[in-house]
Design a protein around this ligand. Structure first.
Ligand code: HEM
Ligand SMILES: *[C@@H]1O[C@H](CO)[C@@H](O)[C@H](O)[C@H]1NC(C)=O
Ligand SMILES: *[C@@H]1O[C@H](CO)[C@@H](O)[C@H](O)[C@H]1NC(C)=O
Ligand SMILES: *[C@@H]1O[C@H](CO)[C@@H](O)[C@H](O)[C@H]1NC(C)=O
Ligand SMILES: *[C@@H]1O[C@H](CO)[C@@H](O)[C@H](O)[C@H]1NC(C)=O
Ligand SMILES: *[C@@H]1O[C@H](CO)[C@@H](O)[C@H](O)[C@H]1NC(C)=O
Ligand SMILES: *[C@@H]1O[C@H](CO)[C@@H](O)[C@H](O)[C@H]1NC(C)=O
Ligand SMILES: *[C@@H]1O[C@H](CO)[C@@H](O)[C@H](O)[C@H]1NC(C)=O
Ligand SMILES: *[C@@H]1O[C@H](CO)[C@@H](O)[C@H](O)[C@H]1NC(C)=O
Length: 355
């Protein structure tokens, strides 16, 4: 708890000190809300921090939402849209990688409500996911970076694309590289972003394929540490409950550090997609894993760069899309022409009448 207080103090200082610097970039900007919602980072921080007190996993769940948003028609909060009765929107939340797996949607709605209270109809849900991802990393001991902002929210979702673009845990290294290349992310990005598996949990069903009959060989995955294999087999019996969860990082489960990479060196990556980064013979990813395992600063620096790169995937900007008033719904058509200047009361009415 003490360290969390220190983290809060540190981030508030960082926001104040760094707030004065200007960074040039393509379309998104770290100063995007400086005039219209200067407190947005602190508001998001407050809600995530409060949630983390009762749910130590929430940071992991939130960063994963940003990833699953960005890989499907860009970082546009399409992931957050609920299905509609008329079938115009089929929620991405039902896709293979998301169904019965993603968490934290309720906390995102809490964040949105708090942000709407402070700055009505100003901050997009896509930006909220990006900020929540950074706050989560910081709260759990990882690096700070200035989040680029100015994304707008989509009015569409695409479950087909979610099924196509979100990589499953049994992909080979070549398939993983390809899935990232499609998004403009290279091999270094793949290795550094996979380091997000330094916290959070995974269900038995996502790695049970390694425990008994790996790839139809009749034996467990030879690249899974035999000591850990035994406890994972106890946790996940064949034909058992596939929704039982365990820590992705067996050494420091709730900390954002570089232990993910030291785990890989001792065959303790949980998912096949994790261990392959190190155990694929001759792979170019091996030396990156080794570097990150011995130098946490190098990991943090590269992770930060890759998160910014991921956050830049095809954002809607300018007058594209909209600032959703409720993250689960496209704004009601009657308000489509109303962009700025909504009073909170008015936006609250819109929300209530639209739900
Ligand atoms: C490289 C390809 C990736 C694959 C195949 C993959 C796969 C998975 C799987 C199967 C789970 C467990 C889900 C469940 O059991 O319900 C998971 C969890 C997680 N993933 Fe990934 N992932 C990948 C990349 C990433 C990236 C790029 C990030 C973020 C930058 C990320 C962050 C997380 C986090 C934090 C969790 C834990 C979530 C929680 O505890 O709620 N993953 N991932
Ligand atoms: C969106 O759909 C989910 C189920 O997929 C449901 O739990 C949630 O309540 C819905 N959101 C709202 C605001 O109705
Ligand atoms: C999601 O999983 C539930 C079972 O928990 C299932 O009933 C539902 O059909 C699944 N959704 C999709 C879109 O596959
Ligand atoms: C979803 O994306 C696919 C491309 O994979 C495209 O063919 C399809 O038209 C899109 N569907 C919707 C509903 O936008
Ligand atoms: C990946 O891209 C980054 C810049 O975005 C670059 O610094 C790095 O060297 C690239 N890595 C590979 C393996 O090409
Ligand atoms: C699984 O088996 C197939 C065919 O036997 C092979 O091509 C593939 O490389 C194997 N995958 C792994 C991860 O060993
Ligand atoms: C298996 O993991 C333990 C730590 O959990 C480690 O001491 C041991 O060296 C690992 N074995 C192999 C073969 O990497
Ligand atoms: C670790 O990486 C950082 C950042 O890239 C670098 O400045 C530092 O010199 C590295 N430390 C060692 C011991 O190699
Ligand atoms: C890490 O980041 C540095 C600086 O952006 C870059 O030069 C390097 O190629 C990246 N990748 C690795 C594996 O260090």
């Amino acid at each position: 708890m003490g360290s969390q207080h220190e983290t809060v103090a540190a981030v508030l200082c960082a926001v104040v000190v760094l707030g004065g610097l200007s960074v040039s970039n393509s379309q998104l900007s770290p100063t995007f809300y400086d005039q219209t919602c200067p407190g947005v980072y602190v508001v998001v921080f407050g809600v995530v921090w409060r949630a983390s007190l009762s749910d130590p996993r929430i940071g992991a769940s939130l960063i994963r939402l940003h990833f699953h948003d960005c890989f499907v028609q860009g970082c546009d909060a399409s992931l957050l849209l609920n299905s509609t009765a008329d079938g115009t929107i089929v929620s991405e939340q039902g896709s293979l990688a998301n169904n019965n797996s993603i968490r934290g949607l309720d906390v995102v709605n809490q964040i949105k409500a708090a942000v709407e209270f402070h700055c009505p109809a100003t901050v997009s849900c896509a930006d909220i996911l990006a900020i929540a991802a950074q706050v989560s990393v910081l709260l759990d001991g990882g690096p700070f970076w200035r989040v680029l902002l100015g994304r707008r929210d989509s009015t569409t979702a695409n479950i087909t694309l979610a099924d196509e673009n979100l990589p499953p845990p049994f992909f080979t290294l070549d398939q993983l590289k390809q899935a990232f290349a499609v998004q403009g992310l290279n091999t270094t990005d793949l290795v550094s972003l996979s380091g997000a598996h330094t916290f959070g949990r995974a269900q038995c069903r996502t790695f049970i394929g390694r425990l008994y009959n790996f790839n139809n060989t009749g034996v467990p995955d030879p690249t899974l540490n035999t000591t850990w294999l035994q406890s994972l087999q106890l946790l996940c019996p064949q034909n058992g409950d596939g929704s039982v969860i365990t820590n992705l990082d067996l050494s420091t489960p709730d900390l954002f550090d570089n232990r993910y990479y030291t785990n890989l060196l001792s065959n303790n990556g949980l998912l096949q997609s994790d261990q392959e980064l190190y155990s694929t013979p001759g792979a170019d990813t091996r030396k990156i894993v080794k570097l990150f395992s011995r130098n946490q600063s190098a990991f943090f620096a590269n992770f930060t760069a890759s998160m910014i790169k991921m956050g830049n995937i095809s954002p809607l900007t300018g007058s594209q899309g909209q600032i959703r008033l409720h993250c689960n719904f496209v704004n009601p058509a009657t308000y489509a022409s109303v962009s700025a200047g909504l009073s909170y009361k008015k936006s609250e009415d819109v929300l209530i009448s639209s739900i």
